[in-house]
Design a protein around this ligand. Structure first.
Ligand code: ATP
Ligand code: MG
Length: 251
């Protein structure tokens, strides 16, 4: 095991019934680095993320967080889903500090996080139903950061917002990862999002028939930052990923 790895996952097999969803997937995450998990719908991206988050223990293999074997959800890892999943009966600040009440130091921390994710400290007293989709997802990111995790696990975090908000939230994620030297795993089925955000891309490909197994491939990006979205359109990996994704969808 590499000592600098915040996450070291070695998933031998994940099955639903007699269907193998994940077969020998190896995943390591280092501080300050982003890995994108790419693949067609139904290939097992969320399944892998849930395993890494400690939300699913029904698999063979192992997951280590900062060198310690995973035994369920850990404060080392913050999880952010596609929908903000805010509790409607709690104000923004209480959502961020949940299950703690937002008082004293906890409230101060929640306000600092609101500032970090580009909201106003006054938004702390708002109700979730009064937030736009983009604002609610910023609150969800603040909630994911509250326990000061070293690892962020995001499952299609920006899929439900408009294109402009999406670009701003992608930028926010880059800033957060850099400022806190966190490691991040981002599930996406958008090649351009993967190319913009990631240091590495793991492509999951489903089994192509009853006698074959699902597989995973690791691509290193090696693109400098800050990245220009326009020039990424010509990145050599883009054509390769597009072709493989199309083939996987058709299989
Ligand atoms: N609880 C379950 N019982 C049986 N099969 C399941 C269960 N959860 C997921 N699956 C199956 O496992 C496969 C992987 O599901 P998963 O949600 O991980 O895919 P995904 O890559 O995240 O897809 P999407 O891009 O649509 O979110 C799918 O074929 C799904 O039907
Ligand atoms: Mg999914």
């Amino acid at each position: 095991m590499t000592h600098s790895a915040l996450l070291d996952a070695d998933i031998r097999a994940k099955r639903y019934g007699n269907r193998t969803i994940l077969d020998n997937v190896r995943l390591t995450l280092a501080p300050g680095k982003i890995t994108a998990l790419l693949g067609p719908s139904g290939c097992g991206k969320s399944t892998l993320l849930r395993i890494v988050a400690g939300l699913d223990r029904d698999y063979t293999g192992s997951v280590a967080l900062d060198g310690v074997m995973q035994r369920g959800p850990s404060p080392l890892a913050g999880v952010i889903f596609q929908e903000p999943r805010l509790l409607p009966w709690l104000r923004v600040a209480d959502n961020i500090t949940f299950p703690e009440r937002a008082r004293g130091a906890a409230l101060a921390h929640a306000r600092a996080l609101l500032d970090e994710v580009g909201l106003n400290a006054d938004d702390a007293a708002r109700w979730p139903k009064h937030l736009s989709g983009g604002m609610a997802q910023r609150v969800a990111i603040a909630r994911g950061l509250f326990a000061q995790p070293r690892l962020l696990l995001l499952d299609e975090p920006f899929s439900a917002v408009d294109a402009m908000t999406r670009m701003r939230l992608q930028q926010l994620l880059l800033t957060i990862v850099e400022t806190h030297r966190m490691a991040a795993l981002v599930v996406t089925h958008d090649i351009d999002e993967a190319l913009y955000l990631a240091d590495r891309i793991v492509l999951l490909e489903p089994a192509k028939g009853p006698s074959t197994r699902p597989s995973s491939h690791l691509f290193e990006l090696g693109a400098a930052r800050p990245r220009q979205r326009e020039s990424l359109a010509a990145h050599p990996l883009r054509a390769i990923l597009l072709e493989r994704l199309e083939a996987a969808v058709m299989a």
